[in-house]
Design a protein around this ligand. Structure first.
Ligand code: DQA
Length: 156
């Protein structure tokens, strides 16, 4: 059975109470539980982790290929806009990665429009709230399990 990692970056542990007008009312536990249910339907396995630390995200991405992980769904939080290190780790992993943001980062402050990871991931979903995680996991599973539909990496 294919195994996928879901990585949540900084401040996403506060979901539910953090700026609900932007990020909604669902908690991280709600989102993870819904992903677990979807994974069962899709016949895949997911493991969800959250950290506020950039280096730990880098470690988890680096370790993923050796651990037999087939792909990563990531909400990098604020590191999406700054982290060269996380981008390099994703490139080095060679894994299909889907990036998700609850809010529409393109409709907010100018600095959120810079997405450091976007050029090296398979796809980006933003502005769809918690649906983005569900759609992102479906997309990732399809990229890995149905490669004939167009592969698991950036198309060129
Ligand atoms: C976010 C968007 C980021 O700009 C912000 O720093 C976050 C959450 C989102 O899910 O919309 O922490 O990644």
């Amino acid at each position: 059975m294919s195994r996928f990692l879901v990585l949540h970056g900084p401040n996403l542990n506060l979901l539910g109470t953090r700026e609900p007008h932007l990020y909604g009312h669902r908690t991280l536990a709600d989102i993870d539980r819904d992903l677990d249910m979807l994974a069962r339907d899709l016949g895949i396995e997911v493991e969800c982790r959250q950290t506020n630390h950039e280096g730990l995200l880098v470690d988890w991405v680096q370790e993923a290929p050796q651990q037999g992980v087939a792909g990563i769904l990531i909400n990098p939080g604020g590191y999406a806009h700054t982290s060269v290190a996380l981008r390099d780790a994703i490139t080095a992993s060679g894994l299909p990665v889907v990036e998700v943001h609850l809010s529409n980062v393109h409709a907010r402050e100018e600095f959120r429009r810079q997405l450091m990871l976007a050029p090296v991931v398979s796809g980006v979903l933003c502005g769809l709230g918690a649906h983005g995680y569900q759609l992102g996991l479906r997309a990732l599973a399809a990229l890995v399990c149905e490669p004939a539909m167009d592969g698991g990496r950036v198309l060129s």
